[in-house]
Design a protein around this ligand. Structure first.
Ligand SMILES: Cc1ncc(C[n+]2csc(CCOP(=O)(O)OP(=O)(O)O)c2C)c(N)n1
Length: 516
């Protein structure tokens, strides 16, 4: 401690700045107001805590810094939980603070208080605390930031009673901690020997590669050892340049199909992903029996759940770079991922093809359009670091607000490709897009349905799914009602001009594209 006496508020503001916070994402209530007094940085307001959490997540992922969130006691925390779960699965460092009633009236079950506040966001936070005394709040916040930033990163939760902010405390010393864990050298050498001994090696790259800043390291290793590169099932970030001749494609979350696609390979290195993420039941081995498998991840859970093989814990980018030094050079001679050229039609493949061709060169794609994900892989290659974001959880309602946070966190145009159903979970995020002048083109692929569920129903032998007809929603009207300029696109003749118009805007715009 420093012996310097300050208010809890002053100490908190210094801690926020120490950890690189430059804005607060929130939705205010009475129990949070004293936190906001003389706040030294901007407040980004979301008209629902799901929006707040999604924006904060996108901002942290785009900037590489922890985001700070403030929620309204229990009810606000409750609204945020879907996207808090996503932040946990995304490994996004977010310090969530929530208001709590004054300590002196807690025994009387006061209005708007949070009973068992710290249990509510569990298990989707790495750390959850309501400090025992007001003067303990600063140390709790420091611990929260360091825990959030320690790999595997994730959200943390601090419940702060409303009367704490003006209390006096001692200003703590502010620690600086190096949190990257270099993987064990012997383990990496063993992986290099496995790759050297193979005749056809493959890399399977997941979200953890981007989370560790490993884009260039992955390219260097793949090129040196002549490996085919697959994107792991449901990777939530860009993994590898999708126009690179060594890019083989996207593994589905189906066990049998993974076995088939990996069958030509005799050594498989899975980096920054579980082995594997599945969506439905499957049978047989998790990878072809004739192949050796190793995993490299900064997430101990990926290694704890490893169904055989060999695993190494630690920073994925650093690990790939060291394996590259150890491994032997070899020429690549595998097949390449083939992009498709769909015929003109008002459907997802063709619309995404036009997005691909008309997008600004450095545009960042944010996606949440379940039945368009496959077509997107076929026609809209991601070729830059920081070029792709979606949620790792499968929980809808993330990408609309996340795209706003991403636009605030980096300079390039963001194109949010959203299903009509997905967009409706957090549509009021458009109000924040307008307020923040976020440079986002919201491209709604409006098929008037929850098409993924009708498509998926065959897995369960069903031919009818209730509740999947979304006809009647008008996104151009919804956007205009939030102050965001919008156009509706019904025909092929209108498509290119509408995309060009939207991509030329510097603030938010929306296209309601009616597809089959
Ligand atoms: C929070 C949440 N609720 C429900 C689901 C189940 N779900 C998966 S896909 C889907 C339909 C999404 O519809 P839309 O965005 O229009 O895309 P489409 O399926 O039509 O391509 C739903 C409801 C989910 N994944 N997340």
């Amino acid at each position: 401690m420093t012996n310097e006496k300050v208010t809890v508020r002053e100490a908190a503001f210094r801690i926020f700045q120490h950890f690189g916070v430059d804005r607060l994402f929130g939705n205010p209530g009475s129990t949070e107001l004293p936190m906001l007094k003389a706040m030294p940085f901007p407040y980004v307001m979301g008209l629902n805590e799901a929006v707040v959490m999604g924006m904060a997540d996108g901002y942290a992922r785009a900037t590489g810094k922890p985001s700070l969130v403030n929620l309204h006691s229990s009810a606000g925390t409750g609204h945020s939980l879907g996207n808090l779960f996503t932040a946990y699965k995304n490994n996004t460092p977010i310090v969530v603070t929530a208001g709590q009633q004054a300590r002196s009236i807690l025994p009387h079950d006061p209005f708007l208080f949070a009973e068992r506040a710290t249990e509510f966001p569990r298990p989707y936070v790495k750390f959850s605390v309501e400090p025992a005394r007001a003067e303990d709040v600063p140390l709790a916040l420091i611990r929260a930031f360091i825990t959030a930033l320690t790999p595997p990163m994730g959200p943390v939760f601090v419940s702060i009673p409303v009367d704490d902010w003006d209390r006096e405390c001692e200003m703590p010393l502010l620690p600086e901690v190096a949190l990257t864990r270099t993987p064990d050298g012997d383990g990496l050498e063993r992986i290099a020997r496995m790759l050297d001994a193979a005749s056809r090696p493959a890399l399977v790259l997941g979200t953890g590669v981007a989370n560790c800043g490993g884009w260039e390291d992955a390219i260097e290793l793949a090129e040196k050892i002549g490996a085919s590169v697959w994107a792991a099932p449901y990777a939530a970030r860009e993994t590898f340049p999708e126009n690179h001749p060594q890019f083989a494609g996207f593994l589905p979350a189906w066990r049998d199909q993974i076995q088939t696609l990996l069958d030509p390979f005799d050594a498989i290195l899975v980096a920054g992903a579980p082995v594997f993420t599945y969506h439905v039941e499957g049978s047989g081995p998790h990878w072809p029996r004739h192949a050796q498998l190793a995993a490299l991840s900064d997430d101990p859970n990926h290694l704890a759940a490893l169904p055989g093989g060999f695993g190494v814990l630690g920073d994925v980018g650093a690990g790939l770079a060291i394996i590259s030094e150890f491994a032997k050079e070899r020429a690549f001679n595998g097949p390449s991922h083939q992009l498709k050229s769909p015929e003109p039609a008002m459907n997802a493949p063709y619309v995404l093809k036009r997005v691909s061709e008309l997008r600004p060169e450095q545009a960042v794609i944010v996606e949440e359009a379940p039945t368009a994900r496959g077509p997107e892989h076929d026609v809209l290659p991601i070729t830059r670091e920081g070029g792709f974001y979606t949620c790792a959880s499968g929980g809808l309602g993330y990408s609309l607000p996340a795209s706003i946070g991403i636009a605030l966190g980096q300079p390039d145009k963001v194109i949010a490709i959203l299903g009509d159903g997905s967009a409706m979970y957090t549509i009021q995020g458009l109000f924040a897009a307008k307020l923040e002048a976020a440079n986002v083109s919201f491209v709604i692929l409006n098929n008037a349905a929850y098409a993924a569920l009708t498509g998926f129903s065959g897995e369960f032998g069903m031919n009818h799914v209730p509740g999947c007809d979304l006809s009647g929603l008008d996104f151009a009207l919804l956007a205009e009602g939030h102050g965001v300029p919008a156009r509706r696109v019904d025909t092929l003749g209108e498509l290119d001009e509408a995309l060009e118009w939207s991509f030329a805007q510097t603030g938010p715009s929306l296209l309601d594209i009616r597809i089959a």
